[in-house]
Design a protein around this ligand. Sequence first.
Ligand code: 5GP
Length: 240
Amino acid sequence: MTWEKGDFLYEGKAKKVWKTGDPKVYIIEYKDHLTAFNAEKKATLEGKGRLNNEISAYLLAHLAARGVPTHFVERIDERHQAVRAVTIIPLEVVVRNVTTGSLCKRLGVEEGMELPRPLLELYLKDDALGDPLVTDDHALLFGWATEEELATLKAITLEVNDLLRALFRDLSIVLVDFKLEFGRTAEGDLVLADEISPDTCRFWDLATGDRLDKDRFRKDLGDVLGAYREIWRRLSTREA
Ligand code: 5GP
């Protein structure tokens, strides 16, 4: 199938979105821009968009093949993906398997503790407010999601966590935490949207503890692109 860019819809920090001739399909372009701390820190990293497009396409296809409803249609070329047209639910759904990041800052808990079960958190997707942590009640009372949608997106998120943890464990990578976004199709289906990549996940090498994700940029650890390349190398040479 060939998809052509139609009306420009939206530019985010790491992606651009276009309509296509098919009202049910959008095109996403992965940019080389990298941001952190609510876009206070910015950089352009040539090749990052291509790697995230590859990684995200691989992971979304892996999940879709195992029954997870996603927006993924197909990878078009180095930078572009065709996805189902959705309206994004303004919640960031975060799952944590190991303590780190904002969890440790907010609650003062020790870093690097393996949690006895996955911790699921909701954040309001709002840059101006710095994506604050919210409860189910906030989401329900302010109409960001219905009770049924919350239940569905939580169940999907935990399923994604199980599937991706197993996938990455086989690649000697610990899936520490990650962020998902969901969207509603015109038919009212709730599907996993956005991307799954080293921009949105924390990956720690099982043997060395090396950070293989955007924390290399956040914390100035160096060789950011090398880490993204390493994730793609292990995924793309994986025996399916
Ligand atoms: P934390 O809350 O510790 O900063 O992030 C938890 C996990 O969710 C990390 O894997 C992080 O990459 C991801 N995450 C949280 N918020 C965002 C966001 O606004 N953008 C991106 N790309 N990832 C996020």
